[in-house]
Design a protein around this ligand. Structure first.
Ligand SMILES: Cc1cc2nc3c(=O)[nH]c(=O)nc-3n(C[C@H](O)[C@H](O)[C@H](O)COP(=O)(O)O)c2cc1C
Length: 325
């Protein structure tokens, strides 16, 4: 019998020479996109794993809490380490150091609006100093062997220089730009501006990832159509709904699937963090997993106070029985 050769899938786009399969990916999110959650999202179809941002100074000085953010699983590849600082030397030295851990690429955070970070000239604060950005990216590209990418915003309030910054990082040799369609202040109440994502796509020839207010599966295609972007980064809408990466909105996910995911997620947390911290850090995910369910306030409260996996599973069983009755 003749065997038909399996077709190799076509990459959606490339980060330098790295093929990326799939157009939706989990956004880097401090406190959420840790190894357990990233790896679950990756399994469901998120096409790149970005770590939470790590401060360059913390990496240089071997701070355990910071270095821990860069632990990843092989099956997460392609994995991007995201780092930040206002200091060029620290950034370059940290990048050289973490390159040894063999990420697929290193991403420079130029989007964080937190006052302490942005006001120091890091995060979105870097966008206020285009010449420094040029020096930084030139050095990174020259001294590192792996691709360098950037995550930016529209700019610093009245200085919306996203096109200039995009051109600068591309000219310096960066391999991808992710843009969140908001300024520093950006108002969470206003929807992200997708037009600017399209403008960046028109400005550069490297791949562009659009980000901001993708809430449901249909928004992925909508953003791509609106902007022409190569990939779509999803943050808040993926918390409590990792299934968005497999093309499912939350209301399409069954209770059994949610239950199975919670157990899997909890197991990964316990394995990675140990029991106490693992359960503690899991609580904020639980809140999101059960948000759409019709459970009583008592069950919600109880879910947040369980101390062990066993207690947790018993409670999930009770919730299920309560739902199906
Ligand atoms: C809790 C939280 C933590 C975040 N941490 C990071 C981070 O570490 N690095 C980063 O580049 N962006 C971070 N962001 C911004 C997101 O990556 C993303 O740009 C933003 O949430 C907009 O996307 P969304 O509308 O899909 O949520 C964070 C956002 C949230 C809500």
């Amino acid at each position: 019998m003749q065997t038909i050769p399996e077709q190799t899938p076509t990459p959606t786009f490339h980060v330098d020479k790295i093929p990326i399969y799939g157009d939706a990916l989990l956004a880097p999110m401090m406190g959420f996109s840790d190894l357990p959650y990233r790896s679950l999202c990756r399994e469901l179809g998120s096409s790149i794993s970005y770590t939470e941002f790590a401060r360059a100074e913390g990496l240089i000085h071997n701070m355990r809490r910071v270095s821990e953010k860069l632990i990843y699983r092989e099956d997460e590849r392609p994995i991007a380490f995201q780092i930040y600082t206002h200091d060029i030397d620290y950034m370059v030295n940290a990048a050289l150091k973490i390159q040894e851990l063999k990420p697929d690429f290193i991403d420079i955070n130029m989007g964080c609006p937190t006052k302490a970070i942005a006001n120091s000239g890091a995060g979105v604060g870097l966008m206020r100093t285009p010449i420094k950005v040029a020096h930084l990216f030139k050095r990174l590209v020259k001294e590192l062997d792996i691709p360098i990418t950037a995550k930016i915003r529209m700019g610093w309030d009245d200085c919306q220089n996203y096109k200039l910054i995009s051109r600068i990082v591309e000219e310096a040799g960066a391999s991808l730009i992710a843009i969140h369609g908001r300024t520093r202040e950006g108002g969470r109440e206003r929807d992200a501006n997708w037009d600017v994502i399209g403008e960046v796509k028109q400005t550069v020839n490297i791949p562009v990832i659009g980000n901001g207010d993708v809430k449901i599966v249909a928004d992925i295609e909508k953003m791509k159509k609106h902007t022409g972007c190569d990939g779509v980064m999803i943050g808040r809408a993926a918390i409590g709904n990792p299934w968005i990466f497999s093309g499912k909105d939350r209301h399409e996910v069954t209770f059994e699937e949610v239950q199975e995911m919670m157990v899997k997620h909890l197991d990964r947390n316990l394995e990675f963090y140990g029991e106490k911290l693992g359960i503690n850090l899991f609580r904020k995910h639980v809140v999101q997993y059960i948000a759409p369910m019709k459970t009583t306030r008592r069950y919600r409260r109880d879910l947040l106070t369980r101390e062990t996996k066993e207690e947790f599973l018993i409670l999930l069983g009770q919730i299920y029985e309560n739902l199906v009755k």
